[in-house]
Design a protein around this ligand. Structure first.
Ligand SMILES: O=C(CO)[C@H](O)[C@H](O)COP(=O)(O)O
Length: 231
């Protein structure tokens, strides 16, 4: 069973005529974009913004209109994947390196739908390495600051070179950290000069759609978090 596809396609059912939609990044978001492309071909009228170059290219190839950010007030809903989801619907994201754009888009969204296979659900965040986006300038010092927090950072590499994000930054993956208090760690990380953003998405997911191996779906909604009005 393709649990990612199952969850992604279910979330796309929530998209309504005329909505502005945020398109996430990764192999699960890929299925959401594919399904949205089908719905657009069937006549659904939406406009979208994307969280990465690759999602934007996929959307454009499917005929999903991508609009400039300046033309978007509030995004009605964003659909994105996650690397881990805990019981409180807090997330680790950024395995695909798009965490900064994903967080900017999620923050502008009335609702963030997170789509995952059941293997992503955890009791405590941190088995998946926490990505932290850092600027290249003096990145060794930023890594030192992460080490001082006992976060075991490692610079993400690609073909023997530091991996470079769509924003021209590096990623430090922090391994083996059990994250009992995501909000505190989020604040500590973003207080380090050189850190641009981190992969903890705290109180951002409204609905988590979980695809299960038996073909069933679970929807978890944060009742305490009403749709945001971001403007
Ligand atoms: O945060 C992300 C990219 O930056 C992805 O949403 C996350 O890595 C999950 O990816 P996938 O759907 O491929 O498992």
């Amino acid at each position: 069973m393709n649990t990612k596809k199952l969850a992604a396609e279910r979330a796309v059912e929530a998209i309504e005529e005329g909505m502005t939609v945020g398109l996430g990044t990764g192999s699960t978001a890929y299925f959401a974009i594919e399904r949205l492309g089908q719905r657009v071909k069937e006549g659904l009228n939406v406009r979208a913004v994307a969280t990465s170059k690759r999602s934007e290219e996929q959307a454009l190839a499917l005929g999903i209109p991508i609009v400039p950010f300046a033309e978007v007030g509030q995004i009605d809903m964003t659909i994105d994947g996650a690397d881990e989801v805990d019981r409180n619907l807090q997330l680790i994201k950024g395995g695909g390196g798009a965490l900064l754009r994903e967080k900017i888009v999620a923050a502008r969204s009335a609702k963030m739908f997170v789509v995952v296979g059941e293997d992503k659900m955890v009791d405590t965040l941190g088995a998946f390495p926490l990505p932290v986006e850092i600027v290249p300038f003096a990145h060794e010092w930023t890594l030192d600051a992460l080490k001082a927090l006992q976060l075991n950072p490692g610079l993400r590499m690609e073909d023997g070179e530091p991996y470079v994000t769509d924003n021209g930054n590096y990623i430090a993956d922090c391994r083996g950290v059990s994250i009992d208090d995501p909000a505190s760690l989020h604040a500590e990380l973003n207080a380090i000069p050189g850190v641009v953003e981190n992969g903890l998405f705290v109180e951002m997911a409204h609905t988590v759609v979980v695809g299960r191996e038996d073909g069933s779906l679970d929807l978890f909604t944060r009742s305490s978090l009403p749709p945001k009005s971001v403007l």
